[in-house]
Write a new protein. Sequence first.
Length: 315
Amino acid sequence: MALIKLSASERRRASAFLTCFCLAALAWIFTTLSGSFKFDAKAVMSFKNSPRKRAFHSLQSDTLDLIVQGTGWQMLFQRMSGLNKPVEVDLQALEKQDYIVLNSQLKQINEKREAEQQIVSINPDTLYFDFSDREVKKVPVHLIASLQYQRQFAQSGDVVIKPAFVTISGPDNVISRIKSWNTDTLAQDSISETIRTNLILQSVKEANLNVYPRTVQVRVPVEEFTEKTVEVPVKLLNNHNFYNVKLFPEKVNVTFTTSLRRYPEVDDDFFEASADLSLWQQRGYTSLPIKLTRQPEYCKIVKIEPQSVDFIIHK
């Protein structure tokens, strides 16, 4: 197939024609998109001025269908992103009625929008709500955590949450089921120092439920731990007949981990070891297992030696 060969002057004219055509097309597109159009859009509702004495539940979706007056550029970008500015709905009228007419709020809604992108109409035009009496309750905050510590480091005290309680308000049947409120998950690894952070509380799933505040301060004390061993006397339990009982040995070695800060102060007085004589009387045990009935918080027991004691009874 023969190729069309153009001379230098013909190529220049063709190039000039294509350039002019492209510029004209771009100018037409720019002019067209700069004009005003009505186009469909979607937006999520947000509420203000919620009724103080009435818990409400919307009976329709929280997404509105809008007809917007705007430029072609705005229509194009809205189509590409699928996003639109939330529509803020004033619920003050719910103090006296069970519905909100949205188109009656168009003026105040459009006052917060760009002058070139005004809402012409909203569907649905009317929002209906279900109501019940509003209850207020305080519940404790519960920390959700996934923590991994470096070797020899561990939590060394109680977690401190400020505030420790949050205020929730909503319908009776919802509020009565809530015993605590969870935080978002605190996830960290290779921890070797005390954690101090702010955490957001888990979001509210019910539209008619409010939680305050929305964030809390969390402190998780972390220290380096080491092993220590103390001798603890064994206490005999359930010697109801007051036998003269001799234990062998009378003391056991308790090995545990404790923080370096508390290492000097933790001694045998912090522990209590016991052996239950009723195991011999009722089950015929020939040696009694050792059980720790008291130990310090955040001390992890490594081992008890021996784990059981022999005994001689003099009747």
